[in-house]
Design a protein around this ligand. Structure first.
Ligand SMILES: *[C@@H]1O[C@H](CO)[C@@H](O)[C@H](O)[C@H]1NC(C)=O
Ligand SMILES: *[C@@H]1O[C@H](CO)[C@@H](O)[C@H](O)[C@H]1NC(C)=O
Ligand SMILES: *[C@@H]1O[C@H](CO)[C@@H](O)[C@H](O)[C@H]1NC(C)=O
Ligand SMILES: *[C@@H]1O[C@H](CO)[C@@H](O)[C@H](O)[C@H]1NC(C)=O
Ligand SMILES: *[C@@H]1O[C@H](CO)[C@@H](O)[C@H](O)[C@H]1NC(C)=O
Ligand SMILES: *[C@@H]1O[C@H](CO)[C@@H](O)[C@H](O)[C@H]1NC(C)=O
Ligand SMILES: *[C@@H]1O[C@H](CO)[C@@H](O)[C@H](O)[C@H]1NC(C)=O
Length: 480
C-alpha cells in the first residue's frame, strides 16, 4: 500500500535514522538538461527467424501480447525477425511454403533450414516497422543477395532495417564457413564492410537501411574481439557508413552467475552490464545514427532464474535504464506458449514509457533502488520506482521512497508484485499465488488479456511530498 503522506516530518526524520531503506528524491518539475529524448515505440519484440511463420500462423499468445503493447503505444510495436537461425537459412525462390526444416526435437533450433518468398509476405501482412535478418555466416553471397531483392519486392515498405549476419562475432563457435581463424575485429570488420557494400550495390535504395554490428559479446577487456567502435572508426568507409541506419548490440548478463538471482537482478548489476555500451552509443550518435539493442534477455542460455519474477524486475529495470542511456528501440523475448514472468516487466516498461517524450533517472545507479521520471512535454507525467532487493521467505524488507516536488494533490499508481522473487508462472494458471500481478491483474495464457480485478492505489500529496513503500522485489508506476 502507498503510505499516506500525512506525517512527512516524521517520515523524513525516520529516513535519517534507518539508512538504506529510506530514500528521498526531488522530482524536477521540467525535464532536466540531461533528460533523454524518447521515441514513440522505444521497446519492440523479437522473433527468432525460424519461428516467425509459427508465431504468425499457429502459436498463441505471443502475437496477442504484441497487440497489448501496440494498444498502449497507440502505434504498432516494432519487431525484429532474426537470430542464430537467420545464419542457417537458405533462400529457395521456388519453395512454396514459409519455411522448411527437419528437427527431431521441436524445442531445439534446426541447424539448417530453407525458406521461400512467402516468408516475407507475413511481414507485409503484419505491416509494422520490421528489422529483418539475412545470412552471412554460410558465406553464400549469391543466395543472400537474391533473398534481399525478393524481400524488398515483397516487404520493402515494412523494412526499417536489415541485418547482414546475426552475432557474427561468434561465427567461430558455430563453425560457420565464412570464418577464417582467429576471426578477430579486423577480419570480421572487413567481412562486414565488404558484404555491406555488396548489399548496397544491389539494394540501391532506400538507404540507409543496414543494422550493423549485432554482436553477441561485449568484452571491454579484449580489444581484438569484433566491436562496434571498430566498425565505425576503422572498418567502414564513407560508402558503408552511409548505408548504415543503426548500430546494434546484443546484451546478456555478464559475467553470469546462474545460482545468484539476488546478485543478477540487482539494479547496480544491470547498470554495470549496460555500461559496456557507453562508447558504442556515443560513437553511433556522433555518426548521426541510433544505437539499438537488437536482442536482450537475462542470460545467454536458458537458466531457471530467467523465468522467475526476479527476471521480470530485471527486464523492467534493464529496459528503463537502456532507454535512459539513449538506446532505442530494444527487442526482448518475453513470451512463449505461456506468458513467462519477464513479460510482466516488459509490459510495465511500455506502460511507463508510452506517450513519454523524455526520461531521466534520479538514482546513482549503485544501489538496489531505481527511480525513473518520464516527461510528456514539459510536465513530469509518470514516475517508476523499482526495488530490486531479492526476497525468498521470512521477513520482507521494505524501502520507502519519499518524493518531493509533486504537483498534484493526489496520485494513482500500479504495483508490480509477486509472493517472492522466485515465483514462476504456470501453463494452467490455476494457482493465484503463482502469478506476478500488475495492478492486481495477471495475463491470460489464452490471449494475453488481463484477468483479475484491477487495483489502482492512490496516495495523497501534502506540500508536494508523498512517500511510497515498496517491498523487496516490487515496482510501482506512479501517475503524477
Ligand atoms: C549458393 O546459392 C546459389 C543461389 O541460391 C546456389 O545456386 C548455390 O548452389 C549455392 N552455393 C553453395 C556452395 O551452396
Ligand atoms: C565445431 O567444430 C569443432 C571442431 O571440429 C567441434 O568440436 C564442435 O563441436 C563444432 N561445433 C558446432 C557447433 O558444430
Ligand atoms: C568502401 O569499402 C568497400 C568494402 O570494403 C569497398 O568495396 C569499396 O570499394 C570502398 N569504397 C571506396 C570508395 O573506397
Ligand atoms: C586478426 O588476425 C589477423 C590474422 O592472424 C591479423 O593479421 C590481424 O592483425 C588481427 N587483427 C587484430 C585486430 O588483432
Ligand atoms: C554465485 O553466487 C553464489 C550465491 O551468491 C555464490 O555463493 C557463488 O560464489 C557465486 N559464484 C561465482 C562464480 O561468483
Ligand atoms: C552511490 O554513489 C553516490 C555518489 O557517488 C554516493 O554518495 C553513495 O554513497 C553511493 N551509494 C552506495 C550504496 O554505494
Ligand atoms: C498447474 O501447474 C502447476 C505447475 O506446473 C502444478 O504444480 C499444478 O499441479 C497444476 N495444477 C493443476 C490443477 O493441474
Amino acid at each position: 500500500m502507498i503510505s499516506q503522506a500525512r506525517h512527512i516530518g516524521f517520515l523524513a526524520s525516520l529516513a535519517m535514522q534507518s539508512a538504506a531503506s529510506s530514500l528521498q528524491y526531488a522530482i524536477p518539475s521540467k525535464p532536466p538538461q540531461n533528460a533523454t529524448p524518447l521515441e514513440p515505440t522505444p521497446i519492440g519484440m523479437l522473433f527468432e527467424f525460424y519461428m516467425w511463420p509459427s508465431y504468425m500462423t499457429n502459436i498463441t499468445p505471443p502475437m496477442h501480447c504484441v497487440e497489448r503493447l501496440s494498444d498502449i503505444y497507440g502505434h504498432k510495436t516494432p519487431i525484429r525477425i532474426g537470430g542464430t537461425t537467420q545464419d542457417r537459412a537458405t533462400y529457395d525462390p521456388d519453395f512454396d511454403g514459409y519455411i522448411s526444416y527437419i528437427n527431431d526435437d521441436p524445442l531445439v533450433a534446426p541447424m539448417e533450414l530453407t525458406y521461400g518468398p512467402k516468408f516475407w509476405d507475413l511481414i507485409a501482412k503484419y505491416d509494422t516497422e520490421s528489422m529483418l535478418g539475412f545470412n552471412r555466416g554460410d558465406n553464400n553471397r549469391t543466395n543472400m543477395l537474391s533473398a534481399v531483392l525478393e524481400a524488398r519486392r515483397r516487404a520493402g515498405s515494412q523494412l526499417w532495417a536489415v541485418e547482414i549476419g546475426n552475432e557474427p562475432d561468434v561465427y567461430n563457435m558455430w563453425n560457420k564457413s565464412i570464418v577464417v581463424p582467429p576471426w578477430n575485429a579486423s577480419q570480421e570488420g572487413e567481412s562486414a564492410a565488404d558484404w555491406a557494400q555488396s548489399f548496397i550495390d544491389v539494394w540501391e535504395e532506400p538507404l540507409p537501411i543496414i543494422a550493423a554490428g549485432s554482436y553477441a559479446v561485449t568484452f571491454p577487456d579484449n580489444p581484438n574481439w569484433p566491436n562496434v567502435p571498430y566498425l565505425i572508426n576503422t572498418a567502414f568507409n564513407h560508402s558503408g557508413k552511409a548505408g548504415v541506419k543503426t548500430y546494434s548490440g546484443h546484451l546478456y548478463a555478464a559475467p553470469p552467475n546462474e545460482t545468484d538471482l539476488a546478485g543478477e537482478m540487482n539494479h547496480a548489476k544491470t547498470v554495470s552490464d549496460l555500461a559496456v555500451f557507453t562508447e558504442s552509443i556515443a560513437l553511433s550518435h556522433s555518426e548521426g545514427r541510433p544505437f539499438i539493442l537488437g536482442e536482450t534477455s537475462f542470460h545467454p542460455y536458458d537458466v531457471h532464474m530467467d523465468e522467475t519474477f526476479g527476471a521480470a524486475l530485471a527486464a523492467l529495470d534493464k529496459s528503463m535504464r537502456a532507454v535512459t542511456m539513449g538506446i532505442q528501440p530494444l527487442f526482448n523475448w518475453w513470451s512463449d506458449d505461456q506468458i513467462n514472468a519477464p513479460f510482466y516487466g516488459g509490459y510495465m516498461a511500455v506502460l511507463a514509457l508510452a506517450d513519454g517524450t523524455r526520461i531521466v533517472e534520479l538514482d546513482e545507479g549503485n544501489s538496489s533502488y531505481a527511480v525513473y521520471v518520464i516527461y510528456s512535454g514539459q510536465i513530469a507525467s509518470k514516475i517508476l520506482l523499482v526495488n530490486t532487493d531479492y526476497y525468498a521467505s521470512g521477513v520482507r524488507a521494505e524501502a520507502r521512497f519519499t518524493l518531493t516536488g509533486l504537483r498534484a494533490s493526489r496520485v494513482s499508481a500500479l504495483r508490480l508484485t509477486a509472493q517472492s522473487s522466485e515465483v514462476v508462472t504456470t501453463r494452467n494458471q490455476t494457482q493465484p499465488s503463482a502469478h506476478p500481478t500488475l495492478g492486481g491483474q495477471w495475463f491470460s495464457n489464452a490471449d494475453c488479456s488481463s484477468l483479475g480485478s484491477r487495483k489502482i492505489e492512490t496516495a495523497r500529496v501534502a506540500r508536494g511530498t508523498a512517500t511510497f513503500s515498496l517491498k523487496a522485489s516490487e515496482a510501482l508506476l506512479i501517475y503524477v
